[in-house]
Design a protein around this ligand. Sequence first.
Ligand code: NI
Length: 402
Amino acid sequence: MADSIREAIRDGAADLRDFVVATRRDIHAHPELGNQETRTPRLIVEAMAGLDLEVKQGVGGTGVVAVLRGAHAGPTLALRADMDALPLQEDDPRPYRSCVPGVMHACGHDGHVAMLLGAARLLHRLRNQLHGNVKFFFQPAEETYGGASEMIADGCLSDDPKVDAVFGLHVEPDGEVGELRLRPGPTMASSDAVRIAVQGVGGHASEPHACIDPVPAAAQIITNLQAMVTRRFDARSPVVVTITYLQAGSAFNVIPPEVIVAGTVRTVDPSVRAKMPLQITEVAEHTAAAFGATAEVAYVHGSGVVMNDAGFTQFVAETVRRNRGDSSVRTLASPIMGAEDFGLYLEQVPGAFAFLGARPSHQQAYPCHHPRFDFDEAALPVGVEILTTVALEYLSDGNRRV
Ligand code: NI
């Protein structure tokens, strides 16, 4: 990349700072839950008005896809931002706090949209340099995991121009401001849900022998699932099974006929994930049988492992290092057991998902999904710069393919 382009990106991102911060704050003040986004897509479309983009609304429900066709022919890179908020009451007195009770942008998606809009403006300005196209994905419903699959089903990857690679950023409230962290291979865990109905025979609490008490059976199933994690799976590939939900009887002196146990299952290896439904079913059914009870397991597949393409990851790391210095990129040591539906795009096309450090300077770093979650807005223009640099480099003369 020529020095003049590098300078244009840096200056452009700095110029866009006010726009990006104001956009983030506007979205922050007006959060919308997954699949209920109406104002946010409108704001996105308005922010791109006047730019020579092909904008399509209502993609995968409430999503927006914008296509920027470069001046020269070449491949197509998709850049993705998620735009939904969480059902959470904000606990922060900031002037642009959420004005929707019980709904809050507590995962930085307000910042993701703002950065992508900034990148759209900047890349539009530099479109004569593009040997190929950029597609901007504004995705709904990441938190509920439906958004990416709906967008894909609606053709966001396959419609003209067909997407060759995809890149996405997520702010990280505990990382150095502006530092990019990523890794090849598994980056975030798969996230599935499991629900186990343990059935017995209810009756008087004083006469358990005349009943089949599902409560100790359920308790044992929960314990045995933890033993299953350590005894049936290779410790070198992390597995998390967390039971979060337990519903039994309604009185202290009644043995209930049924107990419901539910929770989440996380893995970072698709082959390990594939074994989960059967393993859990075995543990639940056999443990219940030991008590004379039965267990019925419902396993619901959520989002898959976010599997970064090794070549694309290296390309992003090298590109950002070259443009922002060696210390601006760090390798993520291990996968994060949190989940993201970005993995669905990566099952279709190569690409990478990366974390952008944005530790707030005015308060301690609260984790994502916390009622006081915040990040340093100084990271936003850096995100604009990174998205733009990666796109320009990927779509540079000679059609660099990775
Ligand atoms: Ni998020």
